[in-house]
Design a protein. Structure first.
Length: 437
C-alpha cells in the first residue's frame, strides 16, 4: 500500500480494526479495507497463484449480473440509480472529513430512510468495482406469485367484524375469523393477506364511515373555499356569542352583588369586510344582549340586508326572529308578535348546527383569544381555553369590568385596522374597507 505510514495506521485504527492480542503495538484490520487492486493481489498470493492472472470465475459472475440487469424494468433500474446516488453522497461526505457512520447517518436523514438500509447497500457493493454497482444494488423482489384464496364466508365474517364502530384491531378480527375457520375445517392464509385484500377491495371512505361515522367522512372532503367578492359591506352580517377566558369583576347592579365571572360577548361582524361592528357584554348569551348589539349596529352603521345567526335560543328568541317561518326553535304561531329582525325586513339565515366554520366571525374570536384574552392587562385573570390548560397564575386576580371593556374595545379596533390580513377582501387591504353609514 502506498502512502505514509501515519495514514495507513489511521486506517487500521478504524472501527472495523481489531487490536493485536500479542505483544507490541501491532494491530489487525480486515483485508477489505485495502483498495481492490491490493485485495486481488493478496488473494492470489495467498493461494500461491500468479496475481496477474485474470479471475475467470469472477468475470463470468459479473457478466451474468450485467445480463440480468439489462433485462430489468425501468422501475428497477431507476431504483438502482437512486441507491447509487445515495452511496455517492456517502462517499462525498466522507471526503469532507466525516467518518463512515456519520456520513451514513447524514445521508439517511436527508433521504428520509433508515441508516441500516444504506449499510445494507454498502454491504452489497463491498468488493465490487464501480461498474458493477448498478447490478449489485438493483432490487431483486420477485413478483407474479399466485394470490391465496380466502373463503367467502370467512371473508364476510372478517370484514363485518372489522367494519364496526368499536374499531377492533385487525389481529383480533383475524383470530376470531380463524377460530370459525378451524371449526369448519377451512384453511385460511396469513393476516397480511386479509389486510391487503381489505385495502384493495374496500374503499377508504367506507372504512371511515363504518368505523368512525359520517362526520369523519365529511372531514375527509376538501374544505370549501367561499368568496365574498360578489358581496358588499353590510349586505350580510354574522352574529354569535363568545365567552371570554378572563375573570372579570362585575359591579353590583340590579339587585346583584359584586361577583367574579367570565363575561359573555354577543358580537356582530360584517362578512364582506370581516370587521367586528358591534358588541355587548353580559353574564350569558340572551335575547337582551342580542337586541342591544343590533341596536348599536343600526345606530352606528345602518340596517343590513341579511343576517347569519347561530341557532341558539338567544338568537331564535321571538324578540329577535318572531314571525319568521324558518326559526327551527319554539312553536311558530300565526298570532305571535313580530321580532326585531322580522319587523325591519332583515332576512334570517341560520348557520349549520355544530359547524363553527360556517360562521366567519369564529375566525375573529380565535384571534381575540390570543391577542386580547392574553393581553398584559389581564395577567393573572386569564383562565386558559380548557381545564387542562390553566396558567400557573390561574385565579390570582380579576380585572375590573371597565378596564376589561376598554382593553377589548382597543383590541377590536386594532383587529379591524390590522394590515396584512389574508381573509376574503382583507388580503389586499391596507387601511381597511370603507364602511358607509
Amino acid at each position: 500500500m502506498s502512502g505514509p505510514r501515519r495514514k495507513v495506521g489511521r486506517c487500521a485504527t478504524a472501527p472495523w480494526a481489531t487490536r493485536w492480542r500479542g505483544s507490541g503495538p501491532a494491530g489487525a484490520a480486515g483485508w477489505n479495507i485495502t483498495p481492490p487492486c491490493c485485495r486481488r493481489r493478496l488473494g492470489w498470493s495467498w493461494c500461491g497463484a500468479d496475481w496477474r492472472r485474470k479471475p475467470l470465475s469472477a468475470t463470468r459472475h459479473l457478466v451474468v449480473n450485467r445480463d440480468w440487469y439489462a433485462t430489468r424494468s425501468s422501475k428497477v433500474k431507476a431504483e438502482a440509480e437512486r441507491r447509487i446516488r445515495l452511496l455517492e453522497q456517502v462517499e462525498a461526505a466522507e471526503r469532507t472529513g466525516l467518518n463512515r457512520s456519520a456520513a451514513v447517518a447524514t445521508v439517511a436523514i436527508g433521504a428520509g430512510i433508515s441508516g441500516a438500509t444504506i449499510w445494507n447497500w454498502l454491504g452489497l457493493v463491498a468488493g465490487a468495482v464501480r461498474t458493477d454497482w448498478l447490478p449489485a444494488l438493483a432490487p431483486r423482489q420477485q413478483g407474479g406469485g399466485v394470490d391465496c384464496t380466502i373463503d367467502e364466508d370467512i371473508w364476510t365474517i372478517f370484514k363485518s367484524d372489522w367494519l364496526r364502530p368499536e374499531k377492533p384491531t385487525l389481529s383480533s378480527c383475524y383470530r376470531r375469523a380463524k377460530s370459525v375457520a378451524d371449526d369448519r375445517g377451512i384453511a385460511i392464509p396469513h393476516l397480511k393477506t386479509f389486510q391487503r385484500k381489505m385495502e384493495r377491495e374496500v374503499p377508504p371512505a367506507v372504512v371511515v364511515a363504518r368505523r368512525n361515522g359520517t362526520e369523519a367522512v365529511r372531514r375527509m372532503l376538501p374544505a370549501q373555499r367561499r368568496s365574498v367578492a360578489a358581496l358588499q359591506a353590510l349586505e350580510i352580517v354574522n352574529i354569535d356569542g363568545h365567552k371570554w377566558d378572563v375573570f372579570v369583576k362585575f359591579p353590583a347592579s340590579d339587585g346583584y352583588r359584586e361577583r367574579i365571572a367570565r363575561p359573555m360577548m354577543v358580537a356582530i361582524a360584517d362578512i364582506y369586510s370581516r370587521k367586528v361592528l358591534a358588541w355587548r357584554f353580559g353574564d350569558s348569551e340572551n335575547a337582551v344582549l342580542t337586541r342591544l348589539a343590533f341596536g348599536d349596529l343600526f345606530q352606528k352603521w345602518g340596517i343590513p340586508e341579511k343576517v347569519l345567526l347561530d341557532n341558539g335560543r338567544a338568537f331564535a328568541s321571538k324578540w329577535i326572529t318572531g314571525g319568521s317561518k324558518t326559526r327551527y326553535r319554539f312553536k311558530v304561531r300565526d298570532d305571535e308578535p313580530l321580532g326585531l329582525l322580522t319587523q325591519l325586513k332583515i332576512q334570517n339565515m341560520w348557520a349549520t348546527p355544530y359547524r363553527g366554520q360556517s360562521k366567519p366571525i369564529e375566525r375573529a374570536f380565535r384571534d381575540f383569544c390570543d391577542a386580547i384574552a392574553k393581553h398584559p392587562a389581564f395577567s393573572g385573570a386569564y383562565t386558559g381555553n380548557k381545564p387542562d390548560a390553566k396558567p400557573e397564575n390561574y385565579g390570582s386576580t380579576a380585572v375590573d369590568f371597565d378596564l376589561f371593556q376598554a382593553v377589548v374595545a382597543a383590541g377590536i379596533a386594532e383587529h379591524n385596522a390590522r394590515q396584512g390580513r389574508r381573509g376574503g377582501v382583507s388580503r389586499a387591504r391596507v387601511p381597511g374597507v370603507r364602511m358607509h353609514r
